[in-house]
Design a binder for this molecule. Structure first.
Ligand code: ZN
Length: 281
């Protein structure tokens, strides 16, 4: 297990952690602190512009550790499916332009007014398969991120690491490096099969490690994630189990926090991320 107090270079920031700042400011602030990588959101890159984003990343010597996100596959009409496919390809094109090492895939939940969970999951399988064909033409790996089951209806009907890995094995049985998982401690920490599934994933399948904490009580299903150390997840233990596979990538802080961290000064947020990375992660 890596000694993070000696290795600040593995810290990365998902830009959703700093929703109070525009992308330009996040890149600059990370660059000034020596934070080497970020995972931006596609909407923010579109807003900032592809060329300007690329220039800022160069100017501040900040790389991408991932790109958020494609997916949301279950739909209720062919017209929606066509529009979605176009959008997802565009996300991958942008990721490629910015030299992202991979794109995060969030499955999507039930189509509106549907109760067909099995059907939604079948749509996810078909959607990932189809996007994977395109991703391979760009040499862009896809990282399926299982989301906590509380999001099964509205965000993602892939809810455990086991389920995500089953899909990886079905669509990429050769473990080619084209398809893997993003392990976000917020979504998987509760799972009794977690250690076994991390071992099963192995280094070839774990493309990303997302960090935050689970607060008790959690006041909002989406936007009340905690800073590492403020909740109940044994983050160091989880990181140890991930790194036991040989994972040596970035540790990406991703905190959605409308009532707390998004209300603070961004500098304080980043400084706290850096401190907790050394002492808690
Ligand atoms: Zn995540």
């Amino acid at each position: 297990m890596r000694d993070l107090s000696q290795h600040p270079e593995f810290l990365a920031i998902n830009t959703a952690t700093l929703r109070q700042w525009p992308l330009e400011r996040i890149i600059e602030a990370c660059g000034r602190r020596g934070i080497r990588a970020i995972a931006p959101w596609h909407d923010d890159v579109e807003r900032t512009g592809l060329a300007r984003t690329r220039q800022l990343l160069r100017d501040w010597d900040v790389a991408l550790c991932g790109y958020c996100r494609a997916g949301l596959f279950p739909v209720s009409s062919e017209a929606e499916r066509a529009a979605l496919s176009e959008h997802n390809r565009r996300v991958l094109d942008f990721a490629r332009e910015l030299e992202a090492p991979g794109v995060v895939i969030v499955a999507g939940g039930l189509p509106s007014s549907s109760r067909d969970l099995a059907g939604a999951r079948a749509q996810v399988r078909d959607g990932v398969a189809s996007l994977l064909d395109y991703a391979k033409t760009l040499s862009m790996p896809l990282a399926i991120e299982p989301l906590h089951p509380m999001y099964a209806a509205d965000r993602a009907c892939i809810n455990t690491l086991e389920q995500a890995l089953d899909l990886c094995d079905e669509l990429d049985p050769a473990r080619s490096g084209a398809l893997g998982v993003a392990v976000d401690c917020y979504h998987v920490w509760w799972d009794p099969k977690l250690d076994a599934q991390i071992a099963r994933a192995g280094r070839e399948r774990i493309f990303a490690c997302h960090l935050c904490d689970w607060l008790v009580p959690t006041r909002d299903m989406l936007n009340d994630r905690g800073m590492m150390g403020d909740g109940v997840i044994d983050i160091a233990r989880l990181r140890g189990s991930i790194e036991a596979t040989g994972f040596d990538g970035y540790l990406e802080v991703e905190i959605f926090s409308s009532a707390d961290w998004w209300q603070r000064d961004g500098n304080e947020v980043l400084d706290t991320c850096m401190a907790r990375y050394r002492t808690v992660v």
